[in-house]
Unconditional design. Structure first.
Lengths: 225, 487
């Protein structure tokens, strides 16, 4: 693959993939909740730009709708909701001490290599660019899961959860120029409902354990202790 | 096709109606009526399919064929009987102060929401919408798992939400890969339609579909409760209200398996190898054995039967994985009888735990002495689910064993051992509960056991003789899935 010979759109997609992958790593190592939410909003914004770019270059109008949906949901609504929650719980000064930060970051890097390994057979039937795009989206998903495993705050879990959705969305936009419109609207609806439910859950968890630290949710065991 | 639209429209009206009307005295009964009307609509749909064969709606948005139509009727039937049980049960929960009107309003509205999501998973022709509906089913039930608002139930609901949400995201990635393979052979907007994909399955890129199926199996497998993705299931089943456990076990797990099998049909067409089948066999057998062993260690009666659900779902997944006419037939039959038996058991368990005032196995004692119908209901239900003749579960498990002996003789041994372990695990807990000495102040409660009796009678009937039209139906579905018929 010679980068200079690719058209402008493909080059832009490759840089976007790299930037989105980078934001995932930024979130993974972040102990401050507000920064974490900011990283998530940034990822959402990059995704919006990618979608709008795809809509413009491919002259595909329904992708503009997806871009607007992403902007409203992932850049404005969900970060706003999470930020409000953090401020209300007075958690914005806390720095979560992440255990084994180095190991987690190295784990993240190996997940990225793993994604390339898993998706490598795709090269036989399509371009290297597609491999990059799909591998980055898969690794954004896996990094989202790692984020959920390594952080203890419920808010970080929601960020990880939504970042997994970002990875999926990137794959859908880049590899297939967006899913059919009904499906995309359906997925956006699900994300919206999930975000609202998370808001309700924060309230319930707070009233039940007076904290949003999910390590305290430890009443159910496989066997009685 | 009008019948299919009605099936979707009725629960939709139900959601709005219950959300607006609030909880009144007759809300439980209205819920029963909504489900009853829906059952009638599904029967009408089934008769249409019986006369005309596969129906595809005009815009190709919906597809009803012999495989999903019987699941639609089963869904409506279990939905109806569970709502009959739920009406007095939830009133009782309200009387003892565990619930209030506002939460009951949420409960009834979301009951219909869950039914809508289930019907949509089954009827849709679009693999993307299938995913949306499956996620919708999680979203509808997550607040019902935490309906009691106890710390345990909130923990269970959070676990359910996060694990199923993350799990099912994998299925969306699989669906995107499927779509990616489909757009390569053209037809953009229609490329995710199952009927279109199925016709062109041979042309789809096998490498992409193989990778995609791994994600689809993990994603929907989380919902089926396959080990090691099962952790949410016992928690969600044990902490939510009992009618919810009955529909989750009886319907949601089946529908997730349905989604996997639909995708497997596409992958098989493209790859010409049994890769998908081997994956399903491996995960299925692992779930079956692990759940059978874990049955022994349970202290909570609802957790006990959730592990039994994992065990049976594992067996079905395994059986679909073997492929071939006999195994597929057995799996379809097992889906039906398990769903009927398990929802009956959860209904009985609900009464038993209301009677004893607890879900702890150690403290539920003397059911037959206090209230014989509940005790016998639980005992007969357990006998049926453990796979004793003459019940239907015996027939289907026997067929699974036969198919295994035919294709992979050496796997018969772990299956037989697993069935033995599961049997022992269930009975060591059930025996003292039904026969033990009755605690002093234990009083009978008002219980409606008609749903249980009807379900168990049907399972018995299916064990003794499968009626001709149903057998014919299963054969048609088997023909569709495996390409040959067992009869």
């Amino acid at each position: 693959m010679n980068i200079e010979q690719l058209d402008f759109y493909t080059q832009a997609i490759l840089s976007m993939a790299a930037l989105i992958g980078l934001t995932s790593f930024l979130m993974l190592g972040q102990g401050r909740l507000l920064r974490l939410i900011f990283g998530f909003a940034m990822q959402g914004f990059l995704l919006t730009v990618t979608t709008a770019l795809a809509a413009y270059s491919l002259n595909n109008h329904h992708l503009y709708i997806s871009a607007v949906l992403t902007l409203v949901l992932k850049v404005i609504f969900i970060p706003w909701m999470l930020r409000r929650e953090v401020l209300r719980m007075n958690m914005h000064r806390d720095i979560e001490a992440l255990k084994n930060n180095t190991a987690v970051m190295l784990g993240g890097a190996s997940l990225m290599v793993f994604s390339y390994y898993v998706l490598h057979p795709i090269v036989q039937s399509s371009s290297v660019v597609m491999l990059n795009a799909l591998a980055v989206s898969l690794s954004v998903m896996l990094l989202g899961m790692l984020l959920m495993i390594s952080h203890r705050q419920a808010i970080a879990h929601v960020v990880g959860f939504m970042s997994i959705e970002n990875g999926l969305f990137f794959a859908a936009v880049v590899a297939t120029n967006g899913m059919p419109m009904v499906v995309e609207l359906g997925v956006a609806f699900d994300v919206l409902v999930a975000a609202v439910l998370f808001g309700i859950f924060f309230l319930h968890i707070r009233t039940s354990i007076d904290s949003l630290d999910v390590d305290l949710l430890n009443k159910l065991h496989e066997v009685d202790k | 096709m009008i019948a299919a639209y009605l099936v979707l429209l009725i629960p939709l009206v139900g959601i709005v109606f219950f959300a607006l009307s609030g909880h009144k005295e007759n809300t439980g009964k209205l819920n029963v009526q909504f489900n009853a009307v829906c059952l009638l609509a599904t029967i009408w749909l089934a008769i249409n399919v019986l006369n005309q064969g596969t129906i595809v709606s005009s815009g190709k948005a919906f597809l009803v064929d012999p495989f999903n139509v019987y699941l639609i009727v089963l869904t409506a039937f279990v939905g109806l009987t569970t709502s009959i049980f739920s009406s007095p049960y939830m009133e009782h929960e309200k009387e003892i102060g565990k619930l209030n009107d506002k939460r009951l309003k949420l409960y009834h509205s979301m009951y219909q929401g869950f039914m809508l999501a289930m019907y949509l998973v089954l009827t849709t022709n679009n693999m993307g919408i299938m995913w949306v509906a499956m996620e919708g089913a999680t979203l509808a039930t997550v607040l019902l798992v935490s309906l009691y608002r106890s710390p345990e139930s909130i923990e269970a609901a959070w676990k359910y939400f996060i694990l199923c949400g993350v799990g099912i995201a994998q299925a969306l990635f699989g669906t995107i890969l499927l779509y990616y393979a489909a757009v390569q052979i053209g037809d953009g907007e229609n490329a995710l339609l199952w009927s279109v994909l199925y016709e062109n399955a041979v042309k789809l890129n096998p490498e992409i579909l193989e990778i995609g199926f791994v994600f689809l199996l993990i994603g929907y497998g989380t919902k089926i409760g396959l080990v090691p993705l099962h952790n949410w299931l016992p928690d969600a089943h044990s902490e939510g209200p009992t009618p919810m456990s009955a529909v989750l076990s009886g319907l949601l797990l089946n529908d997730a398996l349905y989604a996997v099998v639909r995708n497997k049909m596409l992958v098989d067409g493209a790859t010409h190898s049994n890769m998908a089948g081997y994956l399903m066999m491996g995960f299925g057998l692992l779930s079956f054995l692990v759940a059978a062993i874990l049955l022994h260690r349970q202290k909570d009666i609802k957790r006990l039967f959730s592990y039994s659900s994992i065990e049976h779902m594992g067996l079905m997944t395994f059986s679909f994985g073997i492929g071939g006419a006999l195994a597929t037939f057995a799996a379809l039959l097992h889906m039906t009888v398990h769903s009927l038996t398990k929802s009956a058991i959860f209904v009985t368990v609900g009464h038993a735990s209301q009677l004893a005032g607890t879900q702890k196995i150690d403290q539920i004692r003397g059911l037959i002495k206090t209230q014989p119908e509940i005790g016998w209901g639980l005992l007969i239900g357990t006998i049926a689910i453990a796979g004793f003749p003459p019940f239907g579960v015996f027939t289907s498990e026997f067929l699974v064993l036969l198919a295994t002996m035919h294709s992979y003789p050496w796997l018969t041994l772990p299956l037989l051992v697993g069935i033995g372990i599961a049997f022992a695990g269930l009975f060591r807990h059930i025996q003292p509960m039904v026969y033990g000495e009755k605690p002093k102040d234990q009083q009978p409660i008002t219980a409606n056991l008609w749903p249980v009796m009807i379900h168990l009678a049907l399972v018995l009937w299916l064990g003794l003789a499968i009626p001709g039209f149903l057998g014919n139906w299963f054969s048609q579905a088997t023909l569709l899935i495996s390409g040959s018929t067992p009869l």
